[in-house]
Design a protein around this ligand. Structure first.
Ligand code: IVH
Length: 710
């Protein structure tokens, strides 16, 4: 492939398509990372996806998608544990990859707080522990609940498992607020990880790829005895809900954590300028190989808590902290073979099979090659010696080929032009897409299975006991070919010659549980129903938007068919209004664009798909979804313009606070402006507001309106 186009060169329609692609890719990787504990790409690559997404959004703000990854952290919780809503959301951190990013972070903080370049700004630097973050809730000094981060708003209740950790005090000594939520990282030491894998190997059980996955897998064990047998540890570094202030600085907070009996990382240090933090980063980087736990960077936090409060948050991360990442770990090995995997939408993903090699303490035998262009660009060939890299957690990647070591007579890799499925259907490279796709669609057995797996997955029908493995098994045995077949399983089983309870690996109880789980999903929300169909470009957020827009299944279904007819009748038209009323109505739903509308139209233009939808409708009761209430702040939905210099806060701070209350902050005054907040020395904007008769407020009046005292 040609190198990725610079963001500045993208046209709006390219940007739109790319945002859709990035949203899907990031969601996919989030899920692998947070739910399946089996990431496929390195942190660095994941971060670069997010950064590109952010850069495109910054250039095309009107194209920001409702399911934009920038407003979301992690993935929804897995089934099996009950869910816990975090009273204070658990957020993520922005990343810095080099010294310049760090300098910019400091400059940003200073600007936001209205401080000069040389004013002191104390920072606490701590190692970034590569584990999984959790929230520990104490009431009256007693540990009452522990939860994973989940999607940041809702995690899994792992209280019982956390009680088995020696590092987590069951009770804390006096002096703690009545409600205290301590946050930190659960991790496994490298030596415990090695010992665990040795035991697993002996028992011929699954090996963990790295300590983080082992820790996550152990903590999210439904069987508590298993967690008990797996040595997990904890470092505290943050808090959630508290009924009384904890300290004046982060440094003092860490001291209090220690006094209460929580382990706090001993390397943490208070620094007073960027140079000191960078020196600390290099020290820690040097110590890293000798530490008995994985770290993937250093976190910098503004020390004073009052300043943290003023700096606040931007969508998914605090403005007062940043993670400075370490570069990835690399090793050299031989690429023995390239294999092709087929996904739900027919995308063919090449995978490298490697001679097993130790990369930073983890044995690696497979690496993703992403797509045909990646192979061509790096000229990766079977038999090549390659450099592989992993950053802490993931399925590694091939960075480059060691050309000097290329065997004689080696041939460039030829990407197959047919799908590896039995049909050998031709593969296409669609315009503007880097992936190769099998054109077999529903005839390709790989795609059929992947579509069924998507259908029952957690965000879709979420059928307990029907996962990847079972779907593949049932498909193989001809029991389910289309989603509707799932709902006939129980009925057909009654007259089957080999009922499920007699099948190897199943029993009366597990078969019955499965049929009950399926039965429970016969009633389903319209949003999940839409998402489960696996229409390209229609992710969870878009499915929700569609479900909310229509009052129920029937009106949604009718509109989708109408949409498809309009699109087919106007094949050449590009503008939504020229295509038809339903088409343009859909393009007007929040940020659903033509790319999404076209995919839906294509889906409903296929008789096979219509059949699938109708067969499902016959078997299910699909219920409408509720629309959430708008926020109740006095300025929610209002458009505000700030002008002149403000006394109590910097401009970015004023903007951030207004936005947090649901207001839109605009740069210029127009007829649509609701309020103009006028600071000292205001110029033309104030004049324009006056001319247009827009309500003008002094800084104090604005603060009164939002009910905050200066
Ligand atoms: S502070 C509001 N400090 O890194 C942000 N996070 O990439 C609170 N992490 O979700 C996070 N070590 O799981 C913080 N010393 C540390 C950390 C740390 C590891 C993890 C944490 C967080 C993720 C963000």
């Amino acid at each position: 492939m040609a190198e990725k186009k610079p963001v500045t060169d993208l046209t709006a329609s390219e940007a739109e398509a790319e945002l859709a692609r990035l949203a899907a890719a990031i969601r996919h990787h989030d899920r692998l990372y947070y739910q399946d504990d089996a990431p496929e790409v390195s942190d660095a690559e994941y971060d670069s996806l997010r950064r590109r997404n952010e850069a495109i959004e910054a250039r095309f703000p009107s194209l920001v998608r409702p399911d934009s990854p920038s407003g979301r952290v992690g993935a929804e919780p897995a089934a099996g544990f009950s869910k816990v809503r975090h009273s204070v959301p658990m957020l993520s951190l922005g990343n810095a990859f080099d010294d310049q990013d760090v300098e910019e972070f400091f400059a940003r903080c200073r600007r936001f707080l209205g401080r000069g370049k040389d004013d002191p700004l104390e920072i606490v630097a701590e190692p970034k522990i590569d584990g999984l973050s959790i929230n520990l809730r104490y009431e009256g000094g007693k540990f009452v609940q522990g939860a994973t981060r989940g999607d940041g708003s809702e995690g899994e209740d792992v209280t019982q498992n956390l009680r088995t950790l020696g590092d987590i005090p069951a009770e804390i000594a006096g002096g703690a607020p009545d409600i205290l939520e301590v946050r930190g990282e659960v991790y496994m030491t490298k030596s415990d990880f090695a010992a665990l894998n040795a035991r697993q190997a002996e028992a011929e059980a699954k090996l963990f790829a790295n300590p983080r996955n082992a820790a996550a897998g152990s903590l999210r064990q439904l069987d508590r005895r298993i967690t008990t047998s797996r040595p997990l540890r904890f470092f505290g570094y943050a808090w959630g809900e508290v009924s009384a202030p904890l300290a004046e600085t982060h440094w003092d907070f860490l001291q209090r954590l220690r006094d209460w009996g929580f382990p706090v990382n001993p390397l943490a240090r208070r620094c007073s300028n960027p140079a000191e933090t960078l020196a600390f980063y290099r020290e820690v980087e040097e110590q890293r190989p000798g530490l008995d736990y994985d770290i993937d960077g250093v976190v910098y936090k503004v020390d004073r808590l009052d300043l943290q409060a003023r700096l606040g948050f931007v969508s998914r991360a605090p403005r007062w902290a940043i993670a400075h990442k370490f570069p990835a770990e690399q090793a050299r090995t031989v690429l023995e073979k390239i294999d092709i995997q087929v996904g739900r939408t027919g995308a063919l993903t090449p995978v490298a099979h490697l001679k097993p090699v130790n990369v930073g303490g983890v044995m690696v035998s497979r690496a993703t090659l992403h797509n045909p262009d990646e192979i061509a660009r790096k000229d990766i060939r079977e038999g090549d010696t390659v450099i592989v890299q992993r950053a802490g957690d993931v399925i590694p990647q091939v960075v480059e080929v060691v050309l000097e070591a290329r065997p004689e007579g080696s041939q460039p890799y030829v990407f197959p032009d047919t799908c590896p499925c039995a049909l050998r259907t031709p593969v296409v490279h669609e315009d503007g897409e880097v992936v190769a796709r099998c054109t077999g669609e529903l005839a390709c057995p790989f795609q059929q299975v992947e579509k069924l797996i998507h259908f029952v997955s957690r965000d879709a029908f979420d059928i307990e006991g029907l996962g990847q493995k079972q779907v593949a098994e049932f498909f193989e045995r001809g029991l389910i070919k289309t989603p509707a077949d799932i709902f006939d399983l129980a009925e057909r089983d009654k007259t089957s010659l080999t009922p499920l309870r007699n099948v190897k690996g199943w029993g009366a109880k597990s078969a019955e549980n499965l049929f009950e789980a399926i039965e429970r999903r016969r009633t389903i929300g319209l949003d999940r129903f839409i998402y489960a169909l696996g229409i390209r470009q229609v992710g969870q957020a878009t499915a929700k938007l569609l479900a909310r827009h229509y009052d129920g299944l029937a009106s949604w279904h009718a509109a989708m068919r109408q949409l498809s007819e309009e699109r087919q009748a106007a094949p050449g038209a590009a503008k939504p209004e020229e295509i038809g009323p339903t088409y343009s109505e859909i393009c007007n739903i929040n940020t659903i664009g033509t790319a999404v509308a076209d995919e839906i139209a294509a889906f409903f233009g296929e008789s096979h798909n219509l059949g699938i939808v109708e067969e499902l409708e016959r078997r299910l009761s699909v219920v409408p979804v509720e629309t959430p209430q708008a926020t109740s702040s006095p300025v929610a939905g209002k458009t505000v313009v700030f002008t002149g210099s403000l006394e109590t806060m910097s401009r970015p701070e004023a903007k951030a606070r207004a936005e947090a209350l649901g207001a839109k902050v605009a740069g210029s005054v127009s007829g649509k402006t609701d309020y103009v907040v006028v600071g000292a020395d205001a110029g033309s904007k104030a004049a324009k507001a006056e001319a247009l008769g827009v309500t003008m407020l002094s800084e104090q009046e604005w603060l009164d309106l939002i009910d905050e005292r200066a």
